[in-house]
Design a protein. Sequence first.
Length: 262
Amino acid sequence: MIEFRNVSCQFTHAAGGEIKALNDVSISIPDGQFLCLLGRSGHGKSTFVRALAGLQSLSTGEILVGGAKVKGPGFDRGMVFQEDSVFPWLSVRENVEFGLKARGIPKGRRYKIAMQWLSAVGLAGFADSWPRQLSGGMRKRVAIATVFANDAPVLLMDEPFGPLDYVTRRDLQDLLIRLWQKTKKTIIFVTHDIEEALLMADRVLMVRTGRIAEDIFMEDLPRPRDEDVRASPAAVEVTKMIQKHLALNPDWHSNEPTALVS
C-alpha cells in the first residue's frame, strides 16, 4: 500500500512568488495496481512520482510505502525516466546487474537474474552489446529489464515511452503489461496520452494544478484492451471525462491558476 497524506511540494518561482506543484494531496494506492497519472504539462505529475521516489522533498505531509515513511530513494522503489537512464560505459548485461551489485548479490546470481530479464524483454542476444549500439526502443527495454531485475515492489515510470515512435511505443506498452500481469507489481505511470492510459491502467488519476481532479477506476474494462474495448461505451465515457480535465471540452473552463512546475 502506498499512502500520500496531505502532501504538498512548494517551489519559489524565478519571477517571484510561491507555486505548489503538489497541493495537499491525499491518496491511497493498493498493492499491485497499475495507476496512470494523466494531465497537462506542468501540473504536478512528475513531482508526484519524484516525491514518491524520494527524489523530491515535501513542504508538508508524508508518503508511506508499506507503512514505512519515505525519507529518500530506496530499493523498494524502482524508476524509469523519460530520458535514457542506461550507463553508456557498461554493457547491456552490466546495466541490468548494476542495482543487484549495489545490493551485494553474488556475481553468479546477478548474471542469472540479468539474463532472465533480458530474455523477458527480448534482448538476451544483446547482453554483451554497448548501449550506443542499440535503438532508443531497445534502450528502454534495458531500463525495463533493470527495474524488474531489482525486484522492487513499486515501479515508477515518468513518461518512459514519450519520445518513441508509435509502433515501438505500442510494442513496449504490450511488453510492460505482460510483465506487470506476471509479477503483480505496483506501477505508477505518468503519461500525456489518453490512448496509453486507456490501454494500460486499472486506475487513472487526473492531475490539475497540483491536485487530484478526478479518480477514475477502470478495472472493469476487460483485458487485453483492443480497439473494440477502447471503443466501448464505458471507455468512451472515460475518454470524455479525461478530455474535460484536459480542457479539450469547449463547454468546460477553469478559473484556477495553472501550476508552472511539473
